[in-house]
Design a protein around this ligand. Sequence first.
Ligand code: PAF
Length: 285
Amino acid sequence: VEPLVFRTAVDLRRHLDTVRQSGMRIGLVPTMGALHRGHARLIQQAREDCDAVALSIFVNPLQFGPNEDYTRYPRTLAGDIALSADNGVDIVFAPEKQQMFGQRHLTFVEVNELQDRLCGPFRPGHFRGVATVVLKLFNIVEPQRAYFGEKDYQQLCIIRRMVADLDLRLEIVPVATVREPDGLAVSSRNAYLSPEERGAAPTLFHALETARSLIEAGETRPAPILKAADDILEKQPILRKEYIEIVDPADLRPVDVVDCTVRIAAAAWLGKTRLIDNVEAALGD
Ligand code: PAF
């Protein structure tokens, strides 16, 4: 069945009011389109948990820096609607830029500290843009649950913090990263990679896996773990590391010693494409 497609918040809200009146629980999958298997997993989880599944498609200008890929970000609405239909999405919300940020927009959400860690220094203003648009989407759709991929782990932490700090009445559901057979995390930005870059891309995940296996083998000192991961990354000459860190999964601060479950997160460039990935690691005994 084709989903209902709405282009304005007014029309969407009118429809959702009737959905809510019939007692249905609404799940929201916020996306920027260019849908792939990772998004399909988010939709499937929402489909399992909720009565009505809404998917938003909006390439949010606020979360792109001046030299980032806003204009060339893939826009594939027809394919996105087809993937949505195949996975049982009921409602697609695909607003124009004017709809979301048309009037003079002066209000922003900042999740301090968390927004400054990991990717923060490399993408100034990015998480402020994400938190602001996500709060708008939550207010427009008023879902009971919203689904976010663990691939964007820092984004997930920031959204959870925003929900807790601002007493938003919904549940954030994390969904595990979907990977290609060679380990590369599925991402809309993978479409930018040349064949050579695509060949090198799984190295990011291999470096994270190396770090994880050292932790599972009992290594607790971040320095040798990160050194081993760096050695893997350096073997791939076309890949340029931006960062790799072992952090506390809640506050995203680098740990001094691995004494509990941690998150290992990394970002790297292949040509003009920036990739991120992360894994969980727990100390073995
Ligand atoms: O993860 C994304 O696709 C975006 O950051 C989101 C959550 C849709 C906000 O624009």
